[in-house]
Design a binder for this molecule. Structure first.
Ligand code: NAP
Length: 308
């Protein structure tokens, strides 16, 4: 506890120092005018964000653990004329987000779009899953996301959240934006993916609340809620991928960026996922939880993990 308090105080002292440093956000512009910092950019949805934003000419900071993959993606995107920086970080580590934001500050890279995309899930009976993996998931999917969001909101608002209502529909484009990648799993409890779905419920509600808090500050916060998307996610989670109604990461990103342009607080990707979320609201909660239990248990690859 005492060590934790000291660590926090040291971080706050570092924050105070950092906040006096010059940043290059500029006095005007929109979320497209500075860097887009993308976590989890080495594969899947994060990589698709990097490619889509590079095509639009936005400068990028790519982050994930796999530094080699990030460098090879950066090299490819630079050939298309895009300005790309690489900043590897392990965000499942308690100091990961701090080390990432400190490096970004030290370089003076002004971030106008933060995409908190890095995340993973695990499938199986909670009591049989490795606790350290579940805690690492909470660190990555929640704590690091909260830390980066807090840092970025303070920076964007200090750089002149304009208080003119940018962010309301019909207003001008916000000067900064934060996309937090949640999931349709965040709309309900999901047995055999209990921790994962709960982290995404947090991300969804947290982002939606911050959308309202920042609506008049010129900063748009949104939650992206993909359904099944064809990435490495399922393999990593130990869950068999279902291809019904699944989307490519490129399609997910395209829908998200359209939603960002319209300043939507929440984007649920695809009509089948929107229908599923809407119907869950009408059905009895226990029925929804039981149905999810059957579906996910069936898809869990490690049948030895105490799944009954
Ligand atoms: N695929 C789906 O069906 C689906 C549905 C809903 C929501 N999502 C969400 O979408 C987001 C992206 O996942 P994806 O589907 O694109 O899966 P993915 O291909 O497995 O990508 C996950 C990304 O997160 C990074 N990452 C994992 N652990 C990390 C760590 N400890 N520190 C930093 N970065 C880490 C990975 O890079 P490194 O391994 O190089 O670190 C990778 O770039 C996740 O938040 C996921 O929960 C996915």
């Amino acid at each position: 506890m005492a060590a934790g308090g000291k660590k926090l105080r040291n971080r706050m002292a570092d924050d105070a120092m950092i906040s006096t440093m010059k940043t290059d956000m500029g006095g005007s512009g929109s979320w497209e005018s500075g860097y887009a910092l993308i976590t989890g950019a080495s594969s899947g949805i994060g990589e698709a964000f990097a490619r889509a934003l590079a095509r639009r000419g936005q400068a990028l900071i790519l982050s994930a653990r796999s530094e080699e993959k990030l460098h090879s993606l950066a090299t490819e995107l630079r050939q298309g004329g895009c300005e790309v920086e690489v900043c590897a970080a392990d965000l499942a580590h308690a100091d990961g987000a701090f080390s990432l934001r400190r490096r970004v500050e030290e370089k003076g890279w002004g971030v106008s779009l933060l995409i908190n995309n890095a995340g993973f899930g695990s499938g199986g009976d909670f009591a049989s899953l490795a606790l350290e993996d579940e805690l690492a998931m909470i660190q990555l999917n929640i704590s690091s996301l909260v830390e980066l969001t807090h840092w970025q909101l303070q920076r964007l608002r200090a750089n002149g959240g304009n208080g003119q209502g940018a962010g309301r529909s019909g207003g001008s484009q916000p000067r900064g934006a934060i996309i937090n990648v949640a999931s349709v799993a965040g709309f309900q409890p999901v047995p055999y993916m209990a921790t994962y779905a709960s982290t995404k419920a947090f991300v969804l509600n947290f982002s939606w609340a911050l959308w309202r808090e920042n609506r008049d500050e010129g900063v748009h916060v949104m939650a992206l809620c993909p359904g099944t998307t064809r990435t490495n996610f399922f393999q990593r989670a130990g869950i068999q991928e279902r291809h019904f109604f699944s989307l490519t990461p490129e399609a997910v990103v395209d829908l998200c960026l359209r939603g960002l342009k319209r300043q939507q607080p929440v984007v649920i990707t695809g009509w089948a996922n929107r229908l599923s979320v809407a119907s869950q609201r009408l059905a009895r909660r226990n029925w929804v939880v039981n149905a999810a239990a059957g579906f996910v248990r069936e898809a869990t690859l490690d049948k030895t993990a105490g799944v009954k």
